[in-house]
Design a protein around this ligand. Structure first.
Ligand SMILES: *[C@@H]1O[C@H](CO)[C@@H](O)[C@H](O)[C@H]1NC(C)=O
Ligand SMILES: *[C@@H]1O[C@H](CO)[C@@H](O)[C@H](O)[C@H]1NC(C)=O
Ligand SMILES: *[C@@H]1O[C@H](CO)[C@@H](O)[C@H](O)[C@H]1NC(C)=O
Ligand SMILES: *[C@@H]1O[C@H](CO)[C@@H](O)[C@H](O)[C@H]1NC(C)=O
Ligand SMILES: *[C@@H]1O[C@H](CO)[C@@H](O)[C@H](O)[C@H]1NC(C)=O
Ligand SMILES: *[C@@H]1O[C@H](CO)[C@@H](O)[C@H](O)[C@H]1NC(C)=O
Length: 831
């Protein structure tokens, strides 16, 4: 089934199901916030029941609603569902079969609800489940029978709550291998040894045993001893280590076996530090990280200066709070803590000074992260020994988010760090760039994002491969960086798109402008230009042009990130972007399809560019107009040809002439009625003939009929248009009056007639017909033998006349002509 069809189907199903529930009185409202990936975000919507969603849904987020129960049928039919998030509801009851149809479910989150009892039947059909979160519910134990027995694919398990009191053997039956286990049972009272021991391998364990740490160290030791293995990454949360009792835990456990350890939210006294350090003396611990460290003491830790921490490769402290910051002897006495690590981080730790002495001890350090502290240009100078030799192995220096203002200072200090490759000086106060700088030759990555730079200068080292200048106030970019592979320029105020020739090796470019300005890419049809609109909230609009040639000037570009901008969805832009999204074109877009949304025209606002369909009319206006004109022209010409072929023009002309003649004949009639005196008949016959037959008329007909003849009868008077028509009058009128004033009309027909002068003839016929329909008023003379069928069909009057009136044929032989003339005379005289 195609996507469209399935979508349609599910809509149908949805409306059907909706109809059903409203009939049965249920009040399940629908949730239609599903995106293109069939991920439905129905969180924070105040639902008190599971809403209706499409059967096709793959992910369903119902977190932070007010759902209290899940009935047997609430989730029926969602057999494709992979992830279900019910975090943060008020769930207190779930039907035992509620999840039975979720065969594909891999992630289930039931945390932060009000489940007091956990039912093994919920999970009996969830054979595909990999992640289960049961945290923070008010159950006191996991259940009477093993909960997780059927979950053979389970890899991430989180459970525990504020009132969980016991964990006993068998609770985790069936769970044999986990990537991550989280137990937050900060009020645990009973723990049966071995409960967590069966799980192997166990990738990461997070334990929150806050109360037991304070009150029952034996229980904590039992738990720790069950989970500690060299490969397990241990995380302890919410630990309060200020008295003697908890520190004992470290002595009673095999804490010295593990390699990776983290603390989160720990409060620690000087004594506990010493105990802990003593406990890990000589241990293979390679990574220690502490996020949220509150130190209550004064840093009197030298009692532990003999401990062997040589294997500790990485030490991270983030969010350090020193309760007694003024008496604290920081690193000065504590150098033993930092002289072995290759990776050191003191992040967001209120550090304002690190002495040259201490950094000189950090002989091994390759990665130093001092971001989000209180360093200034001055104290940074002390720390880096004012440009003297220090930190000989340093590769990465991160001093992002400090009070640094002088780019020349950091460049001068960094110049002595001869192995430095990465320098992060982002989120700082740098506002101007000196004309030149002295970076170490090894520098490859430079991050000066979120500063206040307005210009770029050759201060930027030509050795750079990755440069982040996003979120500055840059208006142009003019420096050549031959080795640059990756350039981040989002969130600036570019008036001109940087020329790609500056970066012959650039592969990745990020240039969305976010809220600060409006960047619009548009392809103009004629010039095939890519337009960039850039508008900052402080400036009036500025139009930038970025031609296809410019895009081509980025010869190696293969990743472009330009989403989040306010796009004008012109046809060309939509076409261009859709082809990029489909992977056509040189560069691929690395951000999500959804981040490309139209801002204008108004009726497309907010729509994803990838789904916009513009009609042909909108997209090819010029083409459309020209094609329709062309078609109209062609049809017109065809019609003309057709009309001409059917002699329609001839017919029109005839009708017109006929009408005109009829009118003038009526006028004449009236005039005649007024003046009775005028003698009407003055000719015996009007002769209608083609000019090509004039010779016959003049040489034979006129002499024969108008000369006094032998039989002493009166000669006949003939009316010939050449001779008797009044000059200056309209020919029609002449014909009319000629016919009216003649007793008979003689038509001379010949081959010429077929070829030409159709009109005159037919006119004559019509007029003739006007006054005397049929009868013997018309006399036809055929100069050449012909039949009715030789006459074209449209001369219908003549054809009619030929069939109703006998005609005289002009004989070829001299002898028969006497007879012809006699017949003609007789006909004319009406005998
Ligand atoms: C849930 O319901 C309670 C009262 O029943 C109400 O105060 C609260 O605002 C609701 N929460 C949401 C997210 O609608
Ligand atoms: C840190 O742990 C203490 C108990 O030691 C607890 O009261 C506090 O809420 C925790 N803080 C955070 C942010 O988790
Ligand atoms: C530890 O510190 C004491 C002074 O407090 C000092 O005498 C001793 O030499 C130090 N030991 C080591 C191994 O640094
Ligand atoms: C430097 O620290 C900041 C904030 O902690 C972080 O975002 C950035 O990625 C770090 N830079 C490097 C190069 O590690
Ligand atoms: C530059 O620093 C910012 C802020 O610290 C960070 O978010 C960004 O990821 C860094 N850029 C690169 C390319 O690492
Ligand atoms: C843009 O601004 C809106 C409010 O005007 C804010 O909600 C949104 O987070 C901002 N987006 C970015 C990417 O800064």
């Amino acid at each position: 089934m195609t996507f469209g069809a399935s979508c349609c189907c599910s809509l149908l199903l949805l409306s059907w199901a909706f109809g059903q529930t409203s009939i049965t009185g249920g009040d399940r409202s629908p949730c239609q916030r599903c995106d293109l990936q069939l991920s439905c975000d129905c969180s924070h919507s105040g639902f008190s029941h599971v809403p209706m969603v499409t059967d096709q849904a793959l992910r369903l987020d119902l977190s932070f609603n007010n759902i209290t129960t899940i009935t047997r049928d609430d989730l029926k039919g969602l057999s494709r569902l992979v992830a279900l998030d019910l975090h943060g509801n008020r769930l207190s009851s779930i039907h035992p079969s509620a999840f039975d149809s979720l065969w594909s479910l891999e992630e289930l989150d039931l945390s932060d609800n009000r489940l007091t009892v956990l039912d093994p039947r919920w999970f009996s059909e969830l054979g595909a489940l990999q992640q289960l979160n049961l945290l923070n519910n008010p159950y006191s134990r996991l259940g009477s029978s093993p909960l997780f027995e059927g979950l053979v694919r389970l890899r991430i398990l989180e459970f525990g709550g504020p009132v969980q009191e016991e964990l006993k053997t068998g609770d985790l039956k069936g769970v044999t291998q986990l990537d991550r286990l989280t137990v937050r049972a900060n009020n645990l009272i009973r723990y049966e040894r071995g409960t967590l021991a069966e799980i192997w391998p166990l990738g990461g364990v997070t334990l929150n045993l806050h109360r037991p740490f304070l009150t029952d160290p034996a229980l904590v030791s039992a738990v720790l001893n069950d989970v500690l293995s060299p490969e397990t990454h241990l995380t302890l949360e919410d630990v309060h280590l200020t008295s003697k009792i908890p520190a004992q835990v470290f002595r009673d456990t095999h804490i010295n076996r593990i390699r990776y350890m983290s603390f989160r939210n720990v409060t620690i006294s000087d004594e506990s530090v010493v105990d802990f350090l003593t406990a890990i003396n000589g241990s293979p611990l390679t990574s220690l990280s502490i996020d949220g460290l509150t130190v209550t003491g004064e840093g009197r830790w030298t009692r532990a200066n003999w401990t062997d921490l040589r294997s500790m490769d990485e030490f991270l402290v983030r969010n350090l709070v020193l309760q007694d910051v003024f008496t604290f002897f920081l690193i000065g006495n504590l150098y033993f803590l930092v002289q072995n690590q290759r990776k050191l981080s003191f992040i967001n730790s209120q550090l304002f000074l690190l002495s040259c002495y201490s950094t000189r001890l950090m002989k091994e350090v390759q990665y130093l992260d001092m971001s989000d502290n209180l360093l200034t240009d001055l104290t940074l100078g002390y720390m880096l020994c004012d440009g003297e030799e220090t930190l000989p192995e340093l590769r990465v220096l991160n001093i992002s988010g400090n009070n640094l203002k002088s780019l020349p200072t950091i460049s001068r200090l960094a110049a002595r760090l001869t192995k430095l490759t990465h320098l992060d000086i982002s989120r700082s106060g740098y506002s101007s760039m000196p004309p030149s700088c002295a970076w170490p030759a090894t520098l490859r990555h430079l991050n000066i994002s979120s500063a206040k730079l307005t210009t770029t200068t050759p201060c930027l080292s030509t050795s750079l491969e990755v440069l982040d200048l996003s979120n500055n106030d840059l208006r142009s970019f003019t420096v050549t960086l031959p080795l640059l592979r990756e350039l981040h320029l989002s969130g600036n105020k570019f008036l001109k798109f940087p020329d790609g020739r500056l970066f012959p090796n650039l592969q990745t470019l990020a240039i969305w402008v976010g809220n600060k300005s409006v960047l619009t890419l548009r392809l103009l049809p004629a010039s095939a230009f890519l337009n960039v609109w850039s508008r900052s909230s402080f400036q009036s609009n500025t139009l930038n042009l970025f031609g296809r040639s410019d895009l081509q000037s980025y010869r190696r570009l293969d990743k472009l990130q330009a989403g989040q901008n306010k796009f004008i969805c012109s046809c060309d832009f939509v076409g261009f972007l859709q082809s990029l999204l489909k992977g056509g074109g040189d560069a691929t877009l690395t951000d999500k399809e959804d981040s490309y949304r139209c801002d204008s025209p108004l009726y497309l606002q907010g729509e994803s560019v990838s789904t916009v369909h513009l009609s042909i009319l909108e997209c090819h206006q010029l083409l459309f107009v020209s094609v329709s004109c062309g078609v109209a022209l062609l049809l017109g010409s065809l019609l003309c040809v057709l009309l001409w072929r059917l002699h329609v023009f001839w017919y029109l002309k005839m009708i017109w002439a006929w009408l005109k003649a009829k009118r003038s004949s009526q006028q004449r009639q009236r005039r005649r009625n007024d003046e009775e005196s005028e003698a009407l008949i003055s000719f015996d016959a009007f002769v209608s003939y083609n000019d090509r037959d004039a010779s016959w008329v003049e040489n034979f007909l006129v002499p024969e009929l108008e000369e006094p003849s032998s039989d002493s009868l009166q000669p006949l008077t003939l009316c010939l248009h050449k001779r008797d028509f009044l000059p200056g009058r309209w020919i029609e009128d002449n014909i009319m009056s000629a016919i009216e004033r003649s007793r008979r009309t003689v038509f001379v027909l010949s081959e010429n007639f077929v070829r030409s002068a159709w009109c005159r003839y037919e006119l004559d016929f019509s007029h003739f017909h006007l006054f005397d329909a049929g009868g013997d008023a018309a006399i036809l003379i055929l100069l050449e033998p012909m039949t009715k069928d030789d006459v074209p069909k449209r001369f219908c009057k003549l054809r009619k006349l030929m069939s109703s009136t006998t005609y005289l044929e002009w004989p070829g032989e001299e002898a028969q002509r006497e007879e012809f003339w006699r017949s003609l005379r007789n006909a004319l005289r009406g005998e």
